[in-house]
Design a protein around this ligand. Sequence first.
Ligand code: NAG
Ligand code: NAG
Ligand code: NAG
Length: 187
Amino acid sequence: MIASLLAILVIIAGIVVCIGYNTMKPKVPEIIVTRAELDAVDFNHSNLLLTIKVSLVMTAENANLKSRVSFYDTSFSLNFNGHRIAKWAIEPFGINANSSVIVNYISQPTTIHLNAVEGEDLDRSMELNMISVDLKGNSKTRWRLGQFGPIKFGVHLNCQLLLPVDSTTIFPNCSSRVALRFVILAR
Ligand SMILES: *[C@@H]1O[C@H](CO)[C@@H](O)[C@H](O)[C@H]1NC(C)=O
Ligand SMILES: *[C@@H]1O[C@H](CO)[C@@H](O)[C@H](O)[C@H]1NC(C)=O
Ligand SMILES: *[C@@H]1O[C@H](CO)[C@@H](O)[C@H](O)[C@H]1NC(C)=O
């Protein structure tokens, strides 16, 4: 008796979730790296100092048709071969339903010291007109799903940017993924 009641409740809950999901079509907000370029790069072979300056354009997207989304605790870091080039955070911001916000970032020229092996690797990649830079980012998003309370998702960005040394702009379209660890913590 109790078991069949429970089973019916589970089925009803399942139907409600399915209908809710299909009518609201929730979309986890995303951060997408749309443009990137190397503004300056200079490598001095005698002291192994690499000076590098990068600019990025990212788009934060809210594809939900009904809910406004807030992004908060947003931070990024740029690294070359494990050496920090830049680290920055941005203030919380909100995006209306079905729209997006463009986030620009231009790093200061940063000088890092390489070891001899890294210097040789860099020479080879510069000959191929390409420097690989890693962009990582984290943000938390909060939004409403119909009449359900606010839900929260952490998102994580992890992009390898292959930047041409001649400053050609690239369009990586690298987008964030849901950070599962944060979803569980937020529930
Ligand atoms: C490279 O570094 C050396 C040693 O610090 C310095 O004397 C030289 O002027 C630098 N070269 C350039 C092009 O900056
Ligand atoms: C969402 O935005 C797109 C492009 O801005 C627009 O064409 C579309 O009609 C919008 N959809 C709704 C439901 O507002
Ligand atoms: C990224 O998107 C733009 C425009 O949609 C496209 O021109 C470009 O080729 C894409 N880049 C990659 C790496 O897919």
